[in-house]
Design a protein around this ligand. Structure first.
Ligand SMILES: Nc1ncnc2c1ncn2[C@@H]1O[C@H](COP(=O)(O)OP(=O)(O)OP(=O)(O)O)[C@@H](O)[C@H]1O
Ligand SMILES: [Mg+2]
Length: 331
């Protein structure tokens, strides 16, 4: 498969009063054409910061310390902001978590969907408005064409999220970054949105990065999954390998926290014990150590790199752990 996005060794920190918050600590990942990459991890692990950095949308207190971000072979970090603006919204579309704050309350929906079409595609206002109606129908807003003059408050939460999807796909991007787009929605609407995105992906051939803290959500959606903990990718593999053969203790914990339809009602969902990681340091030990029930001496001395074991060289299954949870002994 053709490589679309290649992120290498990304490190990002925030300046704070007493030093730094190390939010992203040497993250590397790739997205191929027509592929969906799921990015999973608990709140504060660095999912959004990583994605915002791709498009130069980080706040001023953030500093990209290192990293290369190749999109279709071009290093996005070397582009001038005007050049990046051309990519943002046109070649890379974004869908954010909260549709109410991402939509402008005083502009009607058609005007907002038209904006990228006018800016990036040079469409006339009139043509863009017509196209907006078509896009509303594409994201299956009932009677979409007749609703383009509605304002955001006149739509339900699920419909507003569909409008954001319409805006993201308006210019036929190569890549869509969806940052927890269904978290604010109830489960039924959530699965409708996921079905819609899957369908659009098939039709348009777009690649997707889907960010979530819920491993269950991406089961039927992602081709590959990267699990993030404390700004490190701790496991990365094909989606089935992540579910059937998790190798990092943190991933194991996440899987136990996913409710299953097969569960009898009495099974309690497990949560991962312990405190969230201290991001004011980049530890020289394993960042998951304080919460890990498998930890042994080596974990206190060295931070494990993301790597494969000999038995899975073929499978592209990477994990950052000194312990082999399958064999129940150190690697
Ligand atoms: N403006 C900021 N100043 C200082 N620290 C920040 C700032 N923004 C984010 N951080 C830190 O960076 C870390 C990563 O934040 P990020 O928003 O990427 O988390 P996330 O994985 O997207 O979480 P969530 O699931 O809650 O959206 C957080 O732990 C936070 O402490
Ligand atoms: Mg986030």
């Amino acid at each position: 498969m053709k490589l679309l996005l290649d992120v290498m060794d990304l490190k990002i920190r925030f300046r704070v009063r007493k030093g730094h918050i190390y939010a992203v600590n040497g993250v590397s990942f790739q997205v191929h054409k027509e592929e969906t990459l799921g990015i999973v991890g608990e709140s504060g692990c660095g999912k959004s910061v990583t994605m915002l950095s791709l498009l130069d949308l980080l706040p001023h207190s953030a500093e990209i310390e290192s990293g290369t971000i190749l999109f279709k072979g071009n290093d996005l970090r070397k582009l001038k902001s005007r050049e990046l603006q051309k990519i943002r919204g046109a070649e890379i579309g974004m869908i954010f978590q909260d549709p109410m704050t991402s939509l402008n309350p005083v502009l009607n929906i058609g005007t907002q969907i038209s904006e990228p079409l006018i800016y990036h595609k040079g469409m006339s206002k009139k043509d863009a408005f017509v196209r907006s109606g078509e896009l509303m129908e594409m994201v299956r807003i009932p009677d979409g064409k007749s609703r383009i003059e509605d304002y955001p408050y006149q739509l339900s939460g699920g419909m507003r999220q569909r409008v954001l999807i319409a805006m993201a796909i308006a210019c036929n991007p190569d890549l869509i970054i969806a940052d927890e787009p269904t978290t604010a929605l109830d489960v039924t609407i959530q699965s409708q949105i996921i079905a819609l995105v899957k369908d659009l992906k098939k039709k348009l051939g777009t690649s997707i990065i889907w960010i979530t803290h819920d491993l269950g959500v991406i089961a039927g959606l992602a081709d590959r999954v990267a699990v993030i903990y404390a700004g490190y990718i701790v496991e990365q593999a094909k989606v089935d390998d992540i579910y059937d053969n998790p190798r990092h203790p943190y991933t194991l914990g996440l899987i136990k926290a996913v409710p299953s339809v097969k569960d009898s009602g009495d099974r309690r969902l497990e949560t991962i014990g312990g405190v969230p990681p201290d991001l004011t340091i980049r530890p020289d030990y394993c960042p998951f150590l304080p919460r890990c029930s498998y930890a042994f001496d080596r974990c206190r001395l060295e931070n494990p790199p993301l790597s494969k074991t000999l038995e899975n060289v073929e499978t592209e299954h990477y994990f950052a752990c000194w312990f082999d949870v399958r064999k129940g002994k150190p690697r």
